[in-house]
Write a protein that binds this ligand. Structure first.
Ligand code: 13P
Length: 253
């Protein structure tokens, strides 16, 4: 059965001490409130804090993910971080194709595909983001956009490799805006994504794929979003920077 996942994407926030405090607060809360048996929490801190988080995660409350990876294995790419480096630090997940990386750093579907390959080669599970911008939604193009992102970024994989992938649908107009997709909007596109996967890989693979929602998800709306049959959790930005909010979102299943 597919997992419910609540992943915190800290983006470029927090100093080391603040990050350390956040993680200890999360652990403290998790010591008193138990997550659902089928729920996995993932923390995706900035690169410099990965080791601090994996050290804590030895206590096994959460998994650790990176926010980005380079699409090459190694070499003269100053400032970049490779999948083998992440694997050597016990990082289990990595976000790929976030809309901020697509918009500010030219991450195309072809680059997403290469990053996914690098990650899978190193046994790291990609959390692949897709989602339309406001103009595309207003023009009714959200299905075409998401289909292209999923097809070009992921459908070169065989079924076994695809089985390692987590998908995050993040409508760009909902990210950091306080404007959340309605539960109906989320369910509609999540069901569409699952349908695409079923067409390509069959129903079993589709049923086993976790599809997360991202975009202004918070404790007050998580429950109604996660109650949808095809919404398997969330990729959380702002609300993941606050321990109580983040844990409450994870308790919303
Ligand atoms: P917010 O939760 O801050 O809207 O961010 C969502 C996001 O981009 C997570 O990757």
């Amino acid at each position: 059965m597919r997992k419910n996942i609540v992943a915190g994407n800290w983006k470029m926030n927090k100093t080391f001490d603040e990050a350390d405090e956040l993680v200890s607060q999360i652990i403290e809360l998790l010591e008193t409130k138990e997550l659902g048996e089928n729920t996995r929490m993932i923390l995706c801190p900035p690169f410099p804090y990965l080791e601090m988080c994996t050290d804590y995660s030895n206590e096994s409350y959460f998994s650790v993910g990176a926010q980005n990876v380079n699409d090459n294995e190694k070499g003269a790419y100053t400032g970049e971080v490779s999948a083998p480096m992440l694997a050597s630090m016990e990082v289990e997940y990595c976000i790929v194709g976030h809309s901020e990386r697509r918009a500010y750093y030219g991450e195309t579907d072809a680059i997403v595909a290469r990053k996914v390959d690098q990650l899978l080669k190193n046994d790291i599970r990609p959390i692949v983001c897709c989602g339309e911008v406001l103009e595309e939604r207003e023009a009714g193009k959200q299905f075409d956009v998401v289909k292209r992102q999923i097809t070009d970024g992921l459908f070169h994989l065989d079924a076994e490799a695809f089985g390692q992938v987590v998908i995050a649908y993040e409508p760009v107009w909902a990210i950091g805006t306080g404007k959340t997709a309605t539960p109906q909007q989320a369910q509609e596109i999540h069901a569409f994504i699952r349908g695409l996967i079923a067409e390509k890989y069959g129903k079993e693979v589709a049923d086993n794929t976790s599809i997360l929602y991202g975009g202004s998800c918070k404790p007050s709306n998580a429950k109604e979003l996660f109650a949808n049959p095809d919404v398997d959790g969330g990729l959380i930005g702002g609300a993941s920077l606050q321990a109580e909010d983040f844990v409450n979102i994870a308790l919303a299943f």
